[in-house]
Design a protein around this ligand. Sequence first.
Ligand SMILES: Nc1ncnc2c1ncn2[C@@H]1O[C@H](COP(=O)(O)OS(=O)(=O)O)[C@@H](OP(=O)(O)O)[C@H]1O
Length: 574
Amino acid sequence: MANTPHGGVLKDLYIRDADKQPALIAEASTLPSLLLTDRQLCDLELILNGGFSPLEGFLNQKDYEGVVAEMRLASGILWPMPITLDVNQENIDASKIQPNARIALLDPRDYQPLAILTVQDVYRPDKSKEAVGVYGADDQAHPAVNYLHNIAGDFYVGGSLEAIQAPAHYDYVASRYTPSELRAHFKKLQWTRVVAFQTRNPMHRAHRELTVRAARARKAHLLIQPVVGLTKPGDIDHYTRVRVYKALMPKYPNGMAELSLLPLAMRMGGPREAVWHALIRKNHGVTHFIVGRDHAGPGKNSQGVDFYGPYDAQALVEQYKAEIGIEIVPFQMVAYCVDSDEYMPADEVPEGVKTLNISGTELRRRLRTGLPIPEWFSYPEVVKVLRQSHPPRAQQGFTVFLTGLHASGKNALARALQVSLNQEGSRTVSLLMSENVRAELSSELGFSKRDRDLNISRQAFVAGELTRAGAAAIVAPIAPYDEARKNARKTIEKSGGFYLVHVATPLADCEKRDHDGVYERARKGEIKDFTGIDDPYEVPSDAELTVNLSEQSISQAVHEIVLLLEKDGYVGSA
Ligand SMILES: Nc1ncnc2c1ncn2[C@@H]1O[C@H](COP(=O)(O)OS(=O)(=O)O)[C@@H](OP(=O)(O)O)[C@H]1O
């Protein structure tokens, strides 16, 4: 028998409202609408499918205050996390949000109506109080507190929901289960004791060992239920992680474990989050839940101290275990014992026995540099997936951004660099020359500050996309303004390497080298706003390299760029 849902009844609003669906769709098209944020979309999905039972909507003020202050809804039932629909005054005005109004909630990706909200109240939360009450501190080093103060709207809208349809998914659809589906699946498999494992990280041998130990200790089957909604900023993307989980699943004995993806928006709320996770699993029919060291921990606060103690989460779930109604399986980290070639709970390792571990940072370093990842740590199948999405630098893209005056020699340098990189053959080299860019991408632009900024941001966008796809992009605009170059760096660095090279050939020499007489015409006033003459060139202070083609040859400048790239591992193999 699957576990009883929190509050006694699974609030699967899709099933409850199935008969009304055609009428709700028709009504939604006549109602004011609200486009959900990514986080609200995740929350909505779990309200509608019953993952957040007993909730049937977004918290009204009374429920919200009870949850913040004492983890309880107004009914008295345990609920640790405020599930709120945050909006701004503009949303309130545009969608006419007021008590009793009916609002269609739309999927931000395709504008499909997902639910109709009947508004109960609109209230202004005390965000600092929420931060302290829920996350333990009003400190923006905490990702959820940062979200609260800098992204969430100023008002919350409480109200009940009627379900129209589930948000569409196009990735790993077969591995996503609603609580009702998972309960039916357990029934089909005849699973009655199920221990769930929550994760937002790739899984390796240690995780396989500890989950099997948990299953063995409780004579239960295993549900690997990773979060594929929003996790901690900087985490490995869920596409990679799901490929990892799929590579790992065959390592369990046949019939022991199942994989189910959870579209949860995590808050990294440590102890409260552990209680929340346990209740969500209970709603999915699970009977046992693993809570480990530093469960859903957000890391360090602004004073450099951990927000939560390593076992705070275990203590809070223990405190509320009777109400949570799911058996918590606390686990110790398992450690690899070298001599016996086995994993063991860290607290059971006999004194003097040598153990090994590879930290997340070390793993990332090995992926980046292509260094081996030993089989005692992970499975070759898992490592292969990780290497595919974290190729070593030698296979990653980068942009070399040459900036300098007209006739500084940057165009010749750009062409020579392209030829030199072509010798490598490891990646496509794309050259964005100003003459081509201004003919193709920026043909309507002139040389005002606004136009130049736009010209640079377009090139940064293209170079960023090329970089992301693993190419080497070389751009060679004048790019006279510091802010535009800095913005370009920001755009491109999201995708890979970025090298700003200042071609600092002095103006007098540029004028001498200018065979087209452009400077002469600018000096005579025939060309206006010409960089270096009557428009400024802001010398970069953040260039990775400065070259002066009056004093050094193109080939020397190319070599210096290649040396930079080699140092970071983008060219040559380590
Ligand atoms: N007013 C003015 N100021 C600067 N440059 C001018 C101007 N008008 C035309 N040109 C010619 O356009 C080329 C520079 O274009 P860019 O796209 O590199 O300029 S910018 O980065 O947007 O500032 C540059 O040529 P190259 O240096 O050969 O690319 C200039 O000759």
